[in-house]
Design a protein around this ligand. Structure first.
Ligand SMILES: C[S@@+](CC[C@H](N)C(=O)[O-])C[C@H]1O[C@@H](n2cnc3c(N)ncnc32)[C@H](O)[C@@H]1O
Length: 419
């Protein structure tokens, strides 16, 4: 196997969103797990994708691939299980006039100033202050103005315009949330009780967000007509063939790091009314790729993931002392089972000279490094893909935990296959 340590994109921020902050539309919502549009543009050139070819991203996240597709007028399909992320991708490719945004902006603000609807999230879980909660995500005078404005957006007829407003409102609510996203969880801000987020700070964030959007829609035109964004489980959707075979599939499946996106994006899912109860959240979690600890040991299949997998798992199994550690081998097996299914389904949807680019990161459990990229290379080849190379994107530092030491060199890479 060729691990290319001199990959041209190494150490340039291609595997993350650092480079998105100044990119029109890409910067509308911070999605920490996203990759850079420059990576997608690089792959498009390398694979020589033409506008009638198809680019596919079965883990479309915040829609980087579909937005690059829309910017370059290339047929693209993005599949994403999380309805908030799917909504975000759609919002970014909407073509709207500045005039329609200006017209609605003043109406939304006027509405919040005059009316005060009660949010259905008041008293729900940790969303607001109750007699039981010692900490709460939103102050009432953030939740209520949010709900008032969000309700008003139902009157905006043009879906693309409505999406922009809803996105700015959700973003503004999160700017005024007492907690911040921190890796796998939400962490309360230092001195959060003193911050006193309220209606005024919420409206200020909303107008700030909308001004960035207004600036961008003036400058950057996109063509959403060649883009399809499907909200659902890609393991199933790709089982039935999609409308056209792809020339390039470029994607970043959830990393095998126990990160549960449904939990981390829980505020957005409830605020945007994508999810209405804990039961719905649980059912969404079940549709996600099994890369997190909420996996079950039931129905595990046959293990056939190659020698590297067998060696690493042998070391990891030795260390299973705590409940969490006992879950790790199950999670790892489930992840590779799901990825095997993906390789098979992708193969049947690929053109004969197609390429598959998978952005992944290795993981570490205690001090055992799991070479996810190499194991995926083994599995992909078993499923009929030919490995081109593993391009190193960077080496990551992993903070130690109670159970594991710091690790300085976890490889993040792009595994490139040919059909
Ligand atoms: C690493 S993120 C992708 C980020 C994306 N490249 C971007 O630039 O925004 C992985 C995404 O896979 C999604 N996902 C997890 N399981 C899925 C499934 N079964 N089908 C489709 N998407 C899934 C997660 O919700 C998450 O948004």
């Amino acid at each position: 196997v060729t691990i290319n340590d001199k990959f041209p994109l190494k150490d340039n921020g291609f595997s993350n969103t650092i480079k998105n902050f100044d990119k029109p539309r890409h910067r509308w919502y911070y999605f920490k797990e996203g990759f850079s549009p420059s990576l997608v543009e690089f792959a498009i050139k390398k694979v020589d994708v033409k506008s009638n070819d198809l680019i596919l991203d079965p883990f479309n996240g915040s829609g980087t691939v579909t937005l690059v597709g829309a910017e370059n007028r290339i047929n693209s399909i993005g599949i994403e299980v999380n309805p908030f992320a799917s909504f975000l991708s759609k919002a970014k490719i909407g073509n709207v006039s500045l005039r329609s945004v200006l017209k609605e902006e003043s109406l939304v603000i006027k509405n919040v100033k005059v009316n005060n609807l009660y949010s259905p999230l008041l008293n729900f879980s940790t969303f607001s202050k109750t007699s039981q909660n010692v900490k709460w995500l939103f102050n009432r005078n953030v939740l209520n103005p949010f709900h008032t404005a969000f309700t008003y957006t139902k009157q905006i007829r043009n879906i693309d315009v409505r999406n922009l407003f809803r996105l700015s409102l959700i973003g503004a609510a999160l700017d005024n949330c007492n907690a911040l996203r921190d890796g796998k969880c939400l962490k309360y801000r230092n001195g959060w009780e003193e911050l006193k987020f309220g209606k005024n700070s919420f409206l200020e964030s909303f107008t700030n967000r909308l001004s960035i959007i207004k600036e961008d829609i003036k400058e950057s035109k996109v063509d959403g007509s060649k883009i399809e964004i499907i909200n659902g489980d890609s393991r199933q959707i790709l089982n039935d063939k999609i409308k056209q075979k792809f020339k390039l599939c470029i994607t970043s499946p959830p990393y095998l790091n126990s990160f549960d996106y449904t939990d981390v994006y829980r505020p957005e899912l409830f605020l945007g009314n994508f999810i209405r109860s804990q039961a719905e959240l649980l059912s969404l979690r079940k549709k996600t790729l099994r890369s997190h600890a909420a996996v079950s040991s039931k129905n595990l299949g046959k293990i056939d993931f190659g020698v590297l997998y067998a060696k690493s798992i042998e070391q990891i199994v030795k260390q299973k002392e705590t409940t969490w550690q006992r879950k790790i081998p199950i999670m790892i097996q489930s992840y590779f089972e799901d990825m095997s299914i993906m390789f098979e389904n992708l193969k049947s949807n690929a053109e004969k000279d197609a390429q598959l680019w998978l952005v992944v990161s290795n993981s570490a459990y205690n001090d055992v490094e799991l070479p996810v990229d190499l194991i995926l290379a083994d599995i992909g080849c078993k499923k009929g893909w030919k490995l081109e190379e593993i391009g190193v994107l960077r080496y990551l530092h992993k903070r130690g935990t109670k159970y594991s030491p710091d690790i300085n060199c976890l490889r993040e890479s792009v595994v490139i296959f040919r059909a």
